[in-house]
Ligand binder design. Structure first.
Ligand code: FEH
Ligand code: ZN
Length: 354
């Protein structure tokens, strides 16, 4: 048997239950979970934000790092996996039939694919199973502890893909200003990617608390603005004072709050790009003429694909990204989810298992 934090319905606390250890299918691996990150979208799942048909009781948790406990009977040797290996779980398991899966973007699967912790049972448990093709073996020489690996699966991965989109759009580089807004679990990595992928762009961070802006500064932001209670004009004036320009060329919004997105959009220079990875609100309003006449763009960016994750893991193995991680116990998960919902968490809380 194993301990698991399970949903027994929406808008109810998780219950810590004793349940059977799952059996890996032929092409699956049984993983002894060592760490599972706690994401705002876990709270949103419990709160019924996502229109998913979850069967209760259900185990959430989508940022999973652990050790191979048992290989399914048909796991190929080419998977390069052995019992005891440290692995992270690539979270999006496409069905392999749609265009997005064929392009390698299984997180966008339009068929019958799913995401661990939002469909297939997740990692807020002592064991979890996953298809062997979605495991990434971690070289023990990299010296990366599970509590730092787990958040990379979403908090590290999601802003990375978003920042790659801004780079691909040609909005980064010397003389440019890139904004990262919302310095929570995702934004604390987003600022680092603005530095790593920004190719000399000035990095600005927006948040609504000084604690989070301190993290942004430690993680490489050139300038920070506390936007709480300020009008767009007041923020623009502060931005002008800090950077010499009252506009930005690129913005990665990690909050998903409509007010934040609308503020960022109002600051976009001509041809500027706004990429949103956050999911707090439901709708945003942008002035059409501003976007059309200035060829400004808005794009969503969702999670990341297997290759994006391998790149993030490579940056972590090189020691080029910092982690703000707080280990927590499974028994405290409900209190920690409430703290997450109140926006009180700096960096990422991670449930750790012995
Ligand atoms: C995952 C699944 C569904 C909605 C949102 C999320 C985010 O945590 C991905 O970054
Ligand atoms: Zn997440």
């Amino acid at each position: 048997m194993m301990r698991a934090a399970r949903m027994h319905g929406y808008k109810q606390p998780l219950q810590i239950d004793d349940v059977p250890v799952p059996e890996p299918g032929p092409d699956e691996v049984l993983i002894k979970v060592r760490a599972t990150g706690m994401c705002r979208s876990d709270y949103q799942l419990l709160d019924g934000y996502f229109p998913l048909d979850i069967e209760f009781p259900y185990i959430p948790g989508h940022e999973v790092a652990g050790e191979v406990a048992q290989l399914g009977s048909a796991v190929p040797a080419s998977a390069g996996l052995s019992e005891g290996d440290l692995v992270v779980v690539d979270p999006a398991w496409g069905d392999g039939t749609c265009r997005q899966c064929h392009e390698g973007n299984e997180q966008l699967c339009t068929g019958s694919g799913g995401w661990i912790g939002f469909g297939p049972p997740g990692g807020f448990a002592e064991y979890v199973t996953a298809p062997s093709r979605h495991l990434i073996r971690i070289d023990p020489e990299a010296g990366l502890a599970p509590q730092y690996l787990a958040p990379l699966v979403d908090a590290g991965l999601t802003p990375y893909r978003g920042m790659k989109k801004l780079r691909a759009a040609g909005r980064l580089g010397p003389g440019r200003t890139v904004l990262v807004s919302g310095i929570g679990g995702l934004g604390s990595y987003g600022v680092q990617y603005a530095r790593l992928l920004g190719d000399g762009a000035t990095v600005v961070a927006f948040a609504r608390s000084d604690d989070k802006l301190t993290v942004a500064k430690e993680n490489g932001a050139d300038h920070t603005v506390n936007t709480r209670g300020k009008t767009p004009d007041q923020v623009r004036a502060e931005l002008t004072e800090l950077t010499g320009r009252g506009e930005i060329d690129a913005a990665l919004d990690c909050s998903g709050a409509p007010q934040s997105l609308e503020l960022n959009a109002s600051l976009l220079a001509a041809e500027g790009s706004l990429v949103s990875v956050g999911l707090m609100g439901q709708r945003v309003e942008f002035p059409l003429f501003l976007f059309v006449s200035g060829e400004r763009s808005f794009s969503g960016s969702f999670w990341g694909n297997y290759n994006d994750l391998t790149e993030v893991l490579a940056l972590a193995a090189q020691g080029r990204i910092k982690h703000t991680v707080t280990p927590v116990k499974l028994d405290d998960i409900n209190d920690k989810l409430d703290a997450l919902a109140r926006g009180e968490v700096i960096g990422r809380q991670v449930v750790v298992f012995d």
